[in-house]
Design a protein around this ligand. Structure first.
Ligand code: GCB
Length: 623
Protein backbone atom coordinates (compact mmCIF):
# COMPACT_ATOMS: atom_id res chain seq x y z
CA UNK A 1 0.00 0.00 0.00
CA UNK A 2 1.37 3.36 -0.94
CA UNK A 3 1.21 5.74 1.96
CA UNK A 4 1.26 9.42 1.18
CA UNK A 5 4.06 11.16 3.03
CA UNK A 6 3.83 14.81 3.94
CA UNK A 7 7.23 16.39 3.52
CA UNK A 8 8.90 16.14 6.95
CA UNK A 9 9.26 19.38 8.85
CA UNK A 10 7.72 21.31 5.99
CA UNK A 11 4.87 22.64 7.94
CA UNK A 12 6.97 24.55 10.39
CA UNK A 13 8.66 26.54 7.66
CA UNK A 14 6.69 29.37 6.18
CA UNK A 15 8.63 29.49 2.91
CA UNK A 16 7.16 26.67 0.97
CA UNK A 17 9.77 26.84 -1.78
CA UNK A 18 12.56 26.13 0.66
CA UNK A 19 10.62 23.33 2.15
CA UNK A 20 12.43 20.29 0.85
CA UNK A 21 15.93 21.65 1.38
CA UNK A 22 15.19 22.78 4.91
CA UNK A 23 13.50 19.56 5.80
CA UNK A 24 16.38 17.43 4.64
CA UNK A 25 18.88 19.69 6.40
CA UNK A 26 17.02 19.66 9.69
CA UNK A 27 16.70 15.95 9.78
CA UNK A 28 20.27 15.30 8.70
CA UNK A 29 21.60 17.53 11.45
CA UNK A 30 19.35 16.28 14.18
CA UNK A 31 19.76 12.57 13.68
CA UNK A 32 22.40 10.92 11.54
CA UNK A 33 20.09 7.93 11.18
CA UNK A 34 17.52 7.69 8.39
CA UNK A 35 14.64 10.16 8.70
CA UNK A 36 11.66 8.72 10.53
CA UNK A 37 8.96 7.09 8.48
CA UNK A 38 5.76 9.02 7.88
CA UNK A 39 3.02 8.22 10.39
CA UNK A 40 0.59 5.52 9.33
CA UNK A 41 -3.10 4.89 9.83
CA UNK A 42 -4.03 1.80 11.84
CA UNK A 43 -7.71 0.98 11.49
CA UNK A 44 -9.32 -0.07 14.76
CA UNK A 45 -6.28 1.18 16.70
CA UNK A 46 -8.58 2.01 19.61
CA UNK A 47 -9.34 -1.73 19.94
CA UNK A 48 -5.66 -2.71 20.23
CA UNK A 49 -4.10 -3.50 23.63
CA UNK A 50 -2.46 -0.25 24.64
CA UNK A 51 -0.35 1.46 27.25
CA UNK A 52 -2.16 4.71 27.87
CA UNK A 53 -0.06 7.86 27.89
CA UNK A 54 -3.03 9.95 28.96
CA UNK A 55 -2.73 12.00 32.12
CA UNK A 56 -0.24 14.66 33.19
CA UNK A 57 2.36 15.88 30.71
CA UNK A 58 4.91 18.59 31.46
CA UNK A 59 4.49 21.56 29.17
CA UNK A 60 6.62 24.57 28.20
CA UNK A 61 5.17 27.24 25.91
CA UNK A 62 7.66 28.43 23.31
CA UNK A 63 6.28 31.50 21.51
CA UNK A 64 9.69 32.38 20.02
CA UNK A 65 10.26 28.84 18.70
CA UNK A 66 13.50 28.63 20.68
CA UNK A 67 13.36 24.86 20.71
CA UNK A 68 13.39 24.72 16.94
CA UNK A 69 15.77 27.49 15.88
CA UNK A 70 18.96 29.05 17.17
CA UNK A 71 19.51 32.80 17.57
CA UNK A 72 20.19 33.26 13.85
CA UNK A 73 17.14 31.18 13.03
CA UNK A 74 19.12 28.14 11.97
CA UNK A 75 17.18 25.01 12.45
CA UNK A 76 20.11 23.18 13.97
CA UNK A 77 19.03 24.34 17.40
CA UNK A 78 15.96 22.14 17.44
CA UNK A 79 16.24 19.30 19.88
CA UNK A 80 17.85 21.30 22.69
CA UNK A 81 15.18 20.19 25.06
CA UNK A 82 15.51 16.68 23.81
CA UNK A 83 19.24 16.58 24.45
CA UNK A 84 18.93 18.16 27.82
CA UNK A 85 16.43 15.52 28.85
CA UNK A 86 18.37 12.64 27.31
CA UNK A 87 21.83 13.54 28.60
CA UNK A 88 21.73 16.08 31.41
CA UNK A 89 25.50 16.63 31.13
CA UNK A 90 25.28 17.84 27.54
CA UNK A 91 26.03 21.41 26.71
CA UNK A 92 22.94 23.32 25.75
CA UNK A 93 20.64 25.90 27.17
CA UNK A 94 19.95 25.62 30.85
CA UNK A 95 16.68 27.48 30.61
CA UNK A 96 14.45 24.50 30.00
CA UNK A 97 13.84 21.68 32.44
CA UNK A 98 10.75 19.57 31.98
CA UNK A 99 10.92 18.16 35.49
CA UNK A 100 10.35 21.69 36.83
CA UNK A 101 7.69 22.62 34.28
CA UNK A 102 3.98 22.76 35.01
CA UNK A 103 1.66 20.01 33.81
CA UNK A 104 -1.59 19.79 31.88
CA UNK A 105 -3.78 16.82 31.04
CA UNK A 106 -3.74 14.82 27.86
CA UNK A 107 -6.18 14.47 26.21
CA UNK A 108 -7.17 18.10 26.34
CA UNK A 109 -6.51 21.43 24.68
CA UNK A 110 -4.12 23.72 26.54
CA UNK A 111 -6.41 26.76 26.19
CA UNK A 112 -9.03 25.71 28.70
CA UNK A 113 -6.65 24.14 31.23
CA UNK A 114 -4.65 27.22 32.32
CA UNK A 115 -5.98 30.78 32.14
CA UNK A 116 -2.58 32.01 30.86
CA UNK A 117 -2.80 29.65 27.88
CA UNK A 118 -6.30 30.70 26.86
CA UNK A 119 -5.44 32.85 23.83
CA UNK A 120 -2.06 31.24 23.20
CA UNK A 121 -1.27 30.26 19.61
CA UNK A 122 2.19 28.90 18.93
CA UNK A 123 4.53 26.12 19.94
CA UNK A 124 3.99 24.09 23.10
CA UNK A 125 6.52 21.50 24.24
CA UNK A 126 5.14 18.40 25.94
CA UNK A 127 7.01 15.74 27.90
CA UNK A 128 6.02 12.53 29.64
CA UNK A 129 7.98 9.68 31.28
CA UNK A 130 6.76 6.12 30.99
CA UNK A 131 7.91 2.60 31.79
CA UNK A 132 7.85 0.06 29.03
CA UNK A 133 8.80 -3.57 28.38
CA UNK A 134 9.23 -4.19 24.66
CA UNK A 135 8.34 -7.72 23.55
CA UNK A 136 10.42 -9.66 21.04
CA UNK A 137 9.08 -9.82 17.48
CA UNK A 138 6.69 -6.92 17.93
CA UNK A 139 6.41 -3.38 16.68
CA UNK A 140 5.34 -0.50 18.86
CA UNK A 141 3.46 2.56 17.65
CA UNK A 142 2.80 5.84 19.36
CA UNK A 143 -0.88 6.42 18.65
CA UNK A 144 -1.92 10.07 18.68
CA UNK A 145 -5.69 10.69 18.55
CA UNK A 146 -5.11 14.27 17.31
CA UNK A 147 -2.54 17.05 17.70
CA UNK A 148 -3.64 20.49 16.53
CA UNK A 149 -2.20 21.58 14.13
CA UNK A 150 1.37 20.49 13.46
CA UNK A 151 3.42 18.21 15.62
CA UNK A 152 6.79 16.52 15.96
CA UNK A 153 7.52 13.62 18.32
CA UNK A 154 10.74 12.27 19.86
CA UNK A 155 11.07 9.13 21.98
CA UNK A 156 14.19 8.98 24.16
CA UNK A 157 15.65 11.80 22.09
CA UNK A 158 15.06 10.08 18.76
CA UNK A 159 12.76 11.78 16.35
CA UNK A 160 9.94 9.41 15.47
CA UNK A 161 7.54 11.41 13.31
CA UNK A 162 5.94 14.63 12.19
CA UNK A 163 2.34 15.30 11.34
CA UNK A 164 0.20 18.05 9.83
CA UNK A 165 -3.55 18.31 10.42
CA UNK A 166 -5.31 18.92 13.70
CA UNK A 167 -8.17 16.43 13.65
CA UNK A 168 -6.99 13.04 12.43
CA UNK A 169 -5.38 10.15 14.29
CA UNK A 170 -1.92 8.90 13.33
CA UNK A 171 0.55 6.27 14.46
CA UNK A 172 4.33 6.69 14.64
CA UNK A 173 6.62 3.67 14.61
CA UNK A 174 8.68 3.87 17.81
CA UNK A 175 9.99 0.29 17.78
CA UNK A 176 13.61 1.36 17.35
CA UNK A 177 13.36 4.16 19.91
CA UNK A 178 11.77 2.48 22.96
CA UNK A 179 13.73 0.35 25.42
CA UNK A 180 13.11 -1.67 28.56
CA UNK A 181 12.57 0.40 31.69
CA UNK A 182 12.22 4.18 31.86
CA UNK A 183 11.48 6.04 28.62
CA UNK A 184 10.33 9.53 27.77
CA UNK A 185 8.42 11.11 24.95
CA UNK A 186 8.68 14.74 23.90
CA UNK A 187 6.31 16.43 21.50
CA UNK A 188 6.08 19.89 20.09
CA UNK A 189 2.62 20.94 19.02
CA UNK A 190 2.09 24.14 17.06
CA UNK A 191 -1.42 25.52 16.62
CA UNK A 192 -0.36 28.58 14.63
CA UNK A 193 -2.94 29.27 11.89
CA UNK A 194 -1.62 29.55 8.35
CA UNK A 195 -3.00 31.18 5.22
CA UNK A 196 -2.04 28.05 3.32
CA UNK A 197 -3.29 25.69 6.03
CA UNK A 198 -6.30 23.37 5.97
CA UNK A 199 -8.29 24.94 7.51
CA UNK A 200 -6.90 28.39 6.85
CA UNK A 201 -6.61 31.36 9.26
CA UNK A 202 -10.34 32.10 9.15
CA UNK A 203 -12.72 29.78 10.94
CA UNK A 204 -15.80 30.26 13.05
CA UNK A 205 -14.54 28.02 15.84
CA UNK A 206 -11.86 28.22 18.50
CA UNK A 207 -8.40 27.09 17.51
CA UNK A 208 -7.85 24.78 20.48
CA UNK A 209 -4.18 23.70 20.57
CA UNK A 210 -2.39 20.68 21.89
CA UNK A 211 -2.68 16.93 22.23
CA UNK A 212 -6.44 17.20 22.19
CA UNK A 213 -7.22 13.48 21.97
CA UNK A 214 -5.89 10.29 23.56
CA UNK A 215 -2.25 9.24 23.27
CA UNK A 216 -1.08 5.67 23.80
CA UNK A 217 1.46 3.05 22.80
CA UNK A 218 0.13 0.08 20.91
CA UNK A 219 2.09 -3.07 20.28
CA UNK A 220 1.48 -5.34 17.30
CA UNK A 221 3.28 -8.39 15.90
CA UNK A 222 6.03 -7.70 13.34
CA UNK A 223 3.61 -8.68 10.62
CA UNK A 224 0.35 -6.92 11.39
CA UNK A 225 -3.05 -5.85 10.10
CA UNK A 226 -2.91 -2.10 9.54
CA UNK A 227 -6.17 -1.63 7.69
CA UNK A 228 -9.38 -3.39 6.81
CA UNK A 229 -12.71 -2.50 5.26
CA UNK A 230 -15.69 -4.74 5.98
CA UNK A 231 -19.14 -3.69 4.81
CA UNK A 232 -22.43 -5.07 3.56
CA UNK A 233 -22.69 -5.69 -0.17
CA UNK A 234 -25.11 -3.35 -1.95
CA UNK A 235 -25.97 -6.14 -4.36
CA UNK A 236 -26.69 -8.79 -1.75
CA UNK A 237 -27.68 -7.92 1.81
CA UNK A 238 -26.70 -11.40 2.99
CA UNK A 239 -23.08 -10.84 2.02
CA UNK A 240 -20.31 -8.97 3.82
CA UNK A 241 -17.41 -7.99 1.59
CA UNK A 242 -14.21 -6.04 1.81
CA UNK A 243 -10.50 -6.49 2.30
CA UNK A 244 -7.75 -6.76 4.88
CA UNK A 245 -4.26 -5.35 4.41
CA UNK A 246 -1.26 -6.85 6.21
CA UNK A 247 2.01 -4.97 6.68
CA UNK A 248 4.83 -7.44 6.06
CA UNK A 249 2.37 -10.03 4.75
CA UNK A 250 3.54 -12.26 1.91
CA UNK A 251 1.51 -13.26 -1.11
CA UNK A 252 -0.31 -16.52 -0.46
CA UNK A 253 -0.57 -16.15 3.33
CA UNK A 254 -4.03 -16.53 4.83
CA UNK A 255 -6.28 -13.90 6.37
CA UNK A 256 -9.55 -14.78 8.09
CA UNK A 257 -12.61 -12.84 9.18
CA UNK A 258 -15.18 -14.30 11.53
CA UNK A 259 -18.55 -13.01 12.71
CA UNK A 260 -19.16 -15.76 15.23
CA UNK A 261 -22.60 -14.56 16.40
CA UNK A 262 -23.82 -14.95 12.82
CA UNK A 263 -21.95 -18.23 12.36
CA UNK A 264 -20.03 -16.72 9.46
CA UNK A 265 -16.37 -17.11 8.60
CA UNK A 266 -14.26 -16.61 5.53
CA UNK A 267 -10.62 -16.97 4.57
CA UNK A 268 -8.65 -15.45 1.74
CA UNK A 269 -5.07 -15.28 0.52
CA UNK A 270 -3.00 -12.12 0.55
CA UNK A 271 -2.05 -10.83 -2.90
CA UNK A 272 1.19 -9.16 -4.04
CA UNK A 273 -0.10 -5.84 -2.69
CA UNK A 274 -0.47 -7.19 0.85
CA UNK A 275 -4.25 -7.19 0.55
CA UNK A 276 -6.73 -10.03 0.81
CA UNK A 277 -10.18 -9.52 -0.70
CA UNK A 278 -12.96 -11.23 1.24
CA UNK A 279 -16.56 -12.22 0.82
CA UNK A 280 -18.50 -13.65 3.73
CA UNK A 281 -21.63 -15.23 2.38
CA UNK A 282 -25.04 -15.97 3.88
CA UNK A 283 -24.61 -14.77 7.43
CA UNK A 284 -28.26 -13.68 7.82
CA UNK A 285 -27.31 -10.50 9.64
CA UNK A 286 -29.56 -8.09 11.48
CA UNK A 287 -28.92 -4.93 9.50
CA UNK A 288 -27.77 -1.79 11.29
CA UNK A 289 -30.41 0.97 11.31
CA UNK A 290 -31.06 3.94 13.64
CA UNK A 291 -33.86 1.87 15.22
CA UNK A 292 -31.77 -1.33 15.54
CA UNK A 293 -28.12 -0.27 15.73
CA UNK A 294 -26.90 -3.86 15.84
CA UNK A 295 -23.12 -4.22 16.12
CA UNK A 296 -21.35 -7.53 15.62
CA UNK A 297 -18.07 -8.61 17.10
CA UNK A 298 -15.87 -9.19 14.09
CA UNK A 299 -12.57 -10.92 14.47
CA UNK A 300 -9.87 -10.38 11.86
CA UNK A 301 -6.77 -12.62 11.88
CA UNK A 302 -3.54 -12.73 9.93
CA UNK A 303 -0.68 -14.92 11.15
CA UNK A 304 0.19 -13.94 14.72
CA UNK A 305 -1.99 -10.84 14.58
CA UNK A 306 -5.66 -10.57 15.42
CA UNK A 307 -8.05 -7.76 16.16
CA UNK A 308 -11.63 -7.77 17.35
CA UNK A 309 -13.75 -4.87 16.19
CA UNK A 310 -17.46 -4.06 16.58
CA UNK A 311 -19.06 -3.39 13.25
CA UNK A 312 -22.60 -2.72 12.04
CA UNK A 313 -23.68 -3.76 8.56
CA UNK A 314 -25.85 -1.60 6.33
CA UNK A 315 -25.85 -0.13 2.85
CA UNK A 316 -26.28 3.46 1.74
CA UNK A 317 -27.13 4.54 -1.81
CA UNK A 318 -28.85 7.19 -3.82
CA UNK A 319 -31.62 6.56 -6.35
CA UNK A 320 -32.78 9.70 -8.14
CA UNK A 321 -33.56 12.11 -5.33
CA UNK A 322 -33.89 9.39 -2.68
CA UNK A 323 -31.32 8.37 -0.07
CA UNK A 324 -31.67 4.64 0.57
CA UNK A 325 -30.55 3.00 3.81
CA UNK A 326 -30.58 -0.79 3.34
CA UNK A 327 -32.54 -0.19 0.14
CA UNK A 328 -35.29 1.86 1.83
CA UNK A 329 -35.84 5.62 1.53
CA UNK A 330 -34.80 7.55 4.62
CA UNK A 331 -35.20 11.19 5.67
CA UNK A 332 -32.30 12.56 7.71
CA UNK A 333 -33.63 14.42 10.75
CA UNK A 334 -30.52 15.89 12.21
CA UNK A 335 -28.44 18.66 13.67
CA UNK A 336 -24.87 19.93 13.25
CA UNK A 337 -22.38 19.32 16.06
CA UNK A 338 -18.99 20.88 16.81
CA UNK A 339 -16.49 18.90 18.90
CA UNK A 340 -17.00 21.34 21.78
CA UNK A 341 -17.13 19.76 25.24
CA UNK A 342 -20.50 20.14 26.97
CA UNK A 343 -20.51 21.93 30.35
CA UNK A 344 -16.73 22.56 30.57
CA UNK A 345 -16.12 23.90 26.99
CA UNK A 346 -12.85 23.13 25.22
CA UNK A 347 -12.24 20.35 22.72
CA UNK A 348 -14.45 17.28 23.29
CA UNK A 349 -12.69 13.91 23.55
CA UNK A 350 -14.36 11.50 25.96
CA UNK A 351 -17.10 8.88 25.74
CA UNK A 352 -19.06 11.02 28.15
CA UNK A 353 -18.77 14.10 25.91
CA UNK A 354 -19.92 12.03 22.94
CA UNK A 355 -22.81 10.47 24.81
CA UNK A 356 -23.99 13.83 26.13
CA UNK A 357 -23.93 15.50 22.71
CA UNK A 358 -25.46 12.58 20.84
CA UNK A 359 -27.89 12.03 23.71
CA UNK A 360 -29.30 15.54 23.16
CA UNK A 361 -29.56 14.84 19.44
CA UNK A 362 -31.48 11.64 20.16
CA UNK A 363 -33.73 13.39 22.65
CA UNK A 364 -34.55 15.85 19.89
CA UNK A 365 -35.70 12.96 17.71
CA UNK A 366 -32.69 13.06 15.40
CA UNK A 367 -31.56 10.03 13.40
CA UNK A 368 -28.58 11.88 11.90
CA UNK A 369 -25.85 14.39 12.82
CA UNK A 370 -23.46 16.46 10.77
CA UNK A 371 -20.12 16.33 12.57
CA UNK A 372 -18.82 19.72 11.48
CA UNK A 373 -16.28 20.97 10.27
CA UNK A 374 -13.45 18.46 10.64
CA UNK A 375 -13.06 14.80 11.57
CA UNK A 376 -14.34 14.15 15.09
CA UNK A 377 -12.86 11.78 17.64
CA UNK A 378 -13.23 8.02 17.19
CA UNK A 379 -15.12 7.93 20.52
CA UNK A 380 -17.82 10.03 18.85
CA UNK A 381 -18.06 7.59 15.95
CA UNK A 382 -18.19 4.59 18.27
CA UNK A 383 -20.99 6.28 20.23
CA UNK A 384 -22.90 7.05 17.00
CA UNK A 385 -22.54 3.37 15.98
CA UNK A 386 -23.93 2.25 19.36
CA UNK A 387 -26.70 4.84 19.56
CA UNK A 388 -27.93 4.47 15.98
CA UNK A 389 -27.16 7.94 14.67
CA UNK A 390 -26.22 8.42 11.02
CA UNK A 391 -23.20 10.65 10.47
CA UNK A 392 -22.04 13.21 7.91
CA UNK A 393 -18.24 13.30 8.41
CA UNK A 394 -16.32 16.32 7.11
CA UNK A 395 -12.88 17.26 5.82
CA UNK A 396 -11.69 20.68 7.13
CA UNK A 397 -11.70 22.41 3.74
CA UNK A 398 -13.56 25.38 5.15
CA UNK A 399 -14.29 28.67 3.34
CA UNK A 400 -11.48 30.02 1.15
CA UNK A 401 -8.45 27.74 1.41
CA UNK A 402 -5.72 28.41 -1.16
CA UNK A 403 -7.20 26.19 -3.85
CA UNK A 404 -4.62 27.00 -6.50
CA UNK A 405 -1.66 25.59 -4.51
CA UNK A 406 -0.70 21.92 -5.06
CA UNK A 407 0.76 21.62 -1.56
CA UNK A 408 -2.53 22.78 -0.03
CA UNK A 409 -4.32 20.13 -2.08
CA UNK A 410 -1.82 17.49 -0.91
CA UNK A 411 -2.48 18.48 2.70
CA UNK A 412 -6.29 18.38 2.27
CA UNK A 413 -6.11 15.04 0.49
CA UNK A 414 -3.85 13.60 3.18
CA UNK A 415 -6.27 14.65 5.93
CA UNK A 416 -9.16 13.15 3.94
CA UNK A 417 -7.24 9.89 3.46
CA UNK A 418 -6.42 9.67 7.16
CA UNK A 419 -10.05 10.29 8.05
CA UNK A 420 -11.38 7.63 5.68
CA UNK A 421 -8.76 5.03 6.51
CA UNK A 422 -9.33 5.49 10.24
CA UNK A 423 -13.13 5.50 10.25
CA UNK A 424 -14.29 3.44 7.28
CA UNK A 425 -15.72 0.62 9.40
CA UNK A 426 -18.21 2.80 11.27
CA UNK A 427 -21.71 1.93 10.10
CA UNK A 428 -22.88 5.33 11.37
CA UNK A 429 -20.93 7.25 8.73
CA UNK A 430 -22.93 7.49 5.50
CA UNK A 431 -21.61 10.74 4.01
CA UNK A 432 -18.09 12.01 3.39
CA UNK A 433 -18.24 15.78 3.09
CA UNK A 434 -15.45 17.34 1.09
CA UNK A 435 -15.84 20.98 2.11
CA UNK A 436 -17.95 23.76 3.60
CA UNK A 437 -19.09 26.99 1.93
CA UNK A 438 -16.29 27.34 -0.58
CA UNK A 439 -16.20 30.19 -3.11
CA UNK A 440 -17.35 29.24 -6.61
CA UNK A 441 -14.42 29.36 -9.05
CA UNK A 442 -12.54 26.96 -11.32
CA UNK A 443 -9.58 26.33 -9.00
CA UNK A 444 -11.99 25.48 -6.17
CA UNK A 445 -14.07 23.15 -8.34
CA UNK A 446 -11.00 21.34 -9.61
CA UNK A 447 -9.62 21.00 -6.06
CA UNK A 448 -12.82 19.65 -4.52
CA UNK A 449 -13.80 17.42 -7.42
CA UNK A 450 -10.32 15.87 -7.18
CA UNK A 451 -10.88 15.30 -3.48
CA UNK A 452 -14.24 13.70 -4.30
CA UNK A 453 -12.60 11.38 -6.83
CA UNK A 454 -9.99 10.39 -4.24
CA UNK A 455 -12.68 9.74 -1.63
CA UNK A 456 -14.56 7.47 -4.07
CA UNK A 457 -11.34 5.59 -4.79
CA UNK A 458 -10.67 5.09 -1.07
CA UNK A 459 -14.28 4.26 -0.24
CA UNK A 460 -16.77 3.45 -2.99
CA UNK A 461 -19.41 2.40 -0.44
CA UNK A 462 -20.43 5.81 0.87
CA UNK A 463 -21.98 8.99 -0.51
CA UNK A 464 -20.03 12.14 -1.33
CA UNK A 465 -21.36 15.54 -0.35
CA UNK A 466 -20.30 19.13 0.40
CA UNK A 467 -22.04 22.10 2.00
CA UNK A 468 -22.60 24.56 -0.85
CA UNK A 469 -23.50 28.22 -0.99
CA UNK A 470 -26.64 29.24 -2.85
CA UNK A 471 -27.56 32.47 -4.63
CA UNK A 472 -30.80 34.40 -4.65
CA UNK A 473 -32.94 35.55 -7.58
CA UNK A 474 -35.49 38.26 -6.77
CA UNK A 475 -38.94 37.97 -8.23
CA UNK A 476 -41.00 40.89 -6.93
CA UNK A 477 -42.00 40.13 -3.36
CA UNK A 478 -40.75 36.55 -3.55
CA UNK A 479 -37.22 35.31 -3.91
CA UNK A 480 -35.79 32.08 -5.25
CA UNK A 481 -32.76 30.35 -3.79
CA UNK A 482 -30.86 28.76 -6.63
CA UNK A 483 -28.63 25.71 -6.17
CA UNK A 484 -26.52 25.52 -9.32
CA UNK A 485 -22.93 25.40 -8.04
CA UNK A 486 -20.93 23.44 -10.66
CA UNK A 487 -19.50 21.37 -7.83
CA UNK A 488 -22.95 19.75 -7.59
CA UNK A 489 -22.20 17.50 -10.56
CA UNK A 490 -19.45 15.73 -8.60
CA UNK A 491 -21.60 15.03 -5.52
CA UNK A 492 -24.08 12.24 -4.71
CA UNK A 493 -25.95 14.40 -2.23
CA UNK A 494 -26.15 18.20 -2.29
CA UNK A 495 -25.70 20.07 0.94
CA UNK A 496 -26.76 23.73 1.17
CA UNK A 497 -26.38 26.30 3.92
CA UNK A 498 -28.67 29.31 4.25
CA UNK A 499 -29.40 31.81 7.02
CA UNK A 500 -32.76 33.34 6.10
CA UNK A 501 -33.90 35.19 9.19
CA UNK A 502 -30.41 35.75 10.57
CA UNK A 503 -27.85 37.02 8.07
CA UNK A 504 -30.64 37.63 5.57
CA UNK A 505 -33.88 39.54 6.16
CA UNK A 506 -36.50 38.37 8.64
CA UNK A 507 -37.74 35.01 9.91
CA UNK A 508 -40.89 35.52 7.79
CA UNK A 509 -38.84 35.86 4.59
CA UNK A 510 -38.70 32.05 4.54
CA UNK A 511 -42.45 32.06 3.76
CA UNK A 512 -41.87 33.86 0.45
CA UNK A 513 -38.75 31.98 -0.58
CA UNK A 514 -38.81 29.23 -3.22
CA UNK A 515 -36.05 26.81 -4.16
CA UNK A 516 -34.71 25.88 -7.57
CA UNK A 517 -32.24 23.02 -7.71
CA UNK A 518 -30.36 22.32 -10.92
CA UNK A 519 -29.54 18.72 -10.12
CA UNK A 520 -31.83 15.72 -9.80
CA UNK A 521 -30.15 14.65 -6.57
CA UNK A 522 -31.12 14.48 -2.89
CA UNK A 523 -30.70 17.76 -1.02
CA UNK A 524 -29.80 18.18 2.64
CA UNK A 525 -30.26 21.58 4.23
CA UNK A 526 -26.90 21.28 5.94
CA UNK A 527 -27.23 24.54 7.92
CA UNK A 528 -29.77 27.16 8.95
CA UNK A 529 -30.24 28.84 12.31
CA UNK A 530 -30.15 31.94 14.48
CA UNK A 531 -28.38 33.07 17.65
CA UNK A 532 -30.16 33.13 20.99
CA UNK A 533 -28.78 33.60 24.45
CA UNK A 534 -30.28 30.99 26.75
CA UNK A 535 -32.61 32.70 29.21
CA UNK A 536 -32.95 35.90 27.17
CA UNK A 537 -36.61 36.49 26.33
CA UNK A 538 -38.61 38.90 24.19
CA UNK A 539 -40.91 39.01 21.19
CA UNK A 540 -40.59 36.76 18.11
CA UNK A 541 -38.75 39.53 16.26
CA UNK A 542 -36.35 40.52 19.04
CA UNK A 543 -32.91 39.39 17.92
CA UNK A 544 -30.80 37.27 20.33
CA UNK A 545 -33.85 36.04 22.26
CA UNK A 546 -34.99 32.43 22.49
CA UNK A 547 -38.32 33.52 20.94
CA UNK A 548 -36.55 34.93 17.87
CA UNK A 549 -34.57 31.73 17.32
CA UNK A 550 -37.73 29.61 17.72
CA UNK A 551 -39.51 31.90 15.24
CA UNK A 552 -36.74 31.41 12.68
CA UNK A 553 -37.07 27.64 13.10
CA UNK A 554 -40.87 27.69 12.65
CA UNK A 555 -40.65 29.62 9.39
CA UNK A 556 -37.70 27.59 8.17
CA UNK A 557 -39.54 24.29 8.76
CA UNK A 558 -42.50 25.58 6.71
CA UNK A 559 -40.17 26.51 3.86
CA UNK A 560 -38.22 23.27 3.99
CA UNK A 561 -41.43 21.28 3.59
CA UNK A 562 -41.92 22.98 0.22
CA UNK A 563 -38.61 21.68 -1.21
CA UNK A 564 -39.60 18.54 -3.10
CA UNK A 565 -36.19 16.91 -3.17
CA UNK A 566 -35.23 17.66 0.42
CA UNK A 567 -33.98 14.46 2.05
CA UNK A 568 -32.51 15.76 5.25
CA UNK A 569 -31.62 18.71 7.44
CA UNK A 570 -29.04 19.59 10.06
CA UNK A 571 -29.70 23.04 11.52
CA UNK A 572 -26.81 24.98 12.98
CA UNK A 573 -26.05 23.93 15.71
CA UNK A 574 -26.66 21.56 18.63
CA UNK A 575 -24.69 23.45 21.29
CA UNK A 576 -23.20 26.93 21.70
CA UNK A 577 -19.46 26.83 20.95
CA UNK A 578 -16.50 29.10 21.46
CA UNK A 579 -15.48 31.30 18.57
CA UNK A 580 -13.21 34.36 18.63
CA UNK A 581 -15.35 35.80 15.80
CA UNK A 582 -18.16 36.36 18.29
CA UNK A 583 -17.14 39.10 20.73
CA UNK A 584 -20.52 40.77 21.43
CA UNK A 585 -20.31 41.50 25.16
CA UNK A 586 -23.12 40.28 27.37
CA UNK A 587 -24.61 38.12 24.59
CA UNK A 588 -21.97 36.18 22.71
CA UNK A 589 -18.94 36.65 24.98
CA UNK A 590 -16.82 34.71 22.46
CA UNK A 591 -19.44 32.05 21.83
CA UNK A 592 -21.44 31.40 18.70
CA UNK A 593 -24.92 31.31 20.25
CA UNK A 594 -26.73 29.42 17.52
CA UNK A 595 -26.88 26.37 19.79
CA UNK A 596 -30.24 24.75 20.47
CA UNK A 597 -28.65 23.95 23.82
CA UNK A 598 -26.33 26.33 25.68
CA UNK A 599 -22.78 25.29 26.51
CA UNK A 600 -24.08 24.68 30.04
CA UNK A 601 -26.75 22.28 28.83
CA UNK A 602 -29.76 24.65 28.97
CA UNK A 603 -32.24 23.79 26.20
CA UNK A 604 -33.59 26.80 24.34
CA UNK A 605 -37.13 27.10 22.93
CA UNK A 606 -36.02 26.20 19.40
CA UNK A 607 -34.84 22.80 20.70
CA UNK A 608 -38.45 21.96 21.50
CA UNK A 609 -39.75 23.35 18.18
CA UNK A 610 -37.40 20.98 16.37
CA UNK A 611 -38.11 18.11 18.76
CA UNK A 612 -41.84 18.38 18.03
CA UNK A 613 -41.27 18.47 14.27
CA UNK A 614 -38.89 15.51 14.38
CA UNK A 615 -40.80 13.28 16.74
CA UNK A 616 -44.18 13.99 15.08
CA UNK A 617 -42.49 13.80 11.67
CA UNK A 618 -44.15 16.99 10.52
CA UNK A 619 -41.02 18.00 8.69
CA UNK A 620 -39.54 16.08 5.80
CA UNK A 621 -40.77 13.29 3.65
CA UNK A 622 -42.28 10.34 5.50
CA UNK A 623 -39.96 7.32 5.62
C1 GCB B 1 -21.83 29.08 8.52
C2 GCB B 1 -20.65 28.21 8.77
C3 GCB B 1 -20.51 27.85 10.23
C4 GCB B 1 -20.76 29.10 11.06
C5 GCB B 1 -22.18 29.55 10.84
C6 GCB B 1 -22.53 30.86 11.58
O1 GCB B 1 -22.30 29.22 7.43
O2 GCB B 1 -20.65 27.06 7.98
O3 GCB B 1 -19.25 27.33 10.46
O4 GCB B 1 -20.50 28.90 12.40
O5 GCB B 1 -22.39 29.81 9.48
O6 GCB B 1 -22.97 30.79 12.71
O7 GCB B 1 -22.35 31.91 11.01
Amino acid sequence: MKLFALRPFAALIPLVVLLVAHATLAIAQSSPAAPPAAPIVITGADKRPALSLNGDWHVIPDPYQTGLYDFHKHEIARGWFVNQKAKPGDTGPVDYDFSKAETIKVPGDWNTQKPEFFWYEGLMWYEKDFDFEPKAHTRTFLRVGAANYKSIFWVNGQKVCEHVGGFTAFNCDVTAAVHAGGNFVIAVVDNTRHEDGVPTTQTDWFNYGGLTREVSLITVPETFIDQYDLHLSRADHRRVEGWVHVVGGHAGETVSVEISEAGAKSEAKIGEDGRAALQIGGPGLTLWTPETPKLYKVSVKAGADSIEDEIGFRTIEVRGTEILLNGKPIFLRGVCIHAEAPYRTGRAYSDKDAETLLGWAKEMGANYVRLAHYPHDETMLRAADRMGILVWAENPVYWAVQFEKPEVYANAENQLREEIETSRNHAAIILWSMANETPINDARTKFISSLAARARELDPTRLITAALLVHTDKNGERSTKVVDDPLGQYLDVLGTNEYIGWYEQHPETADITDWKISYNKPLIMSEFGADAKAGLHGGPNDRWTEEYQANVFRHQLGMLNRIGQLRGMSPWVLMDFRSPRRPLAGIQDDFNRKGLVSDQGVKKQAFFVLQKAYTEKTVGKAD
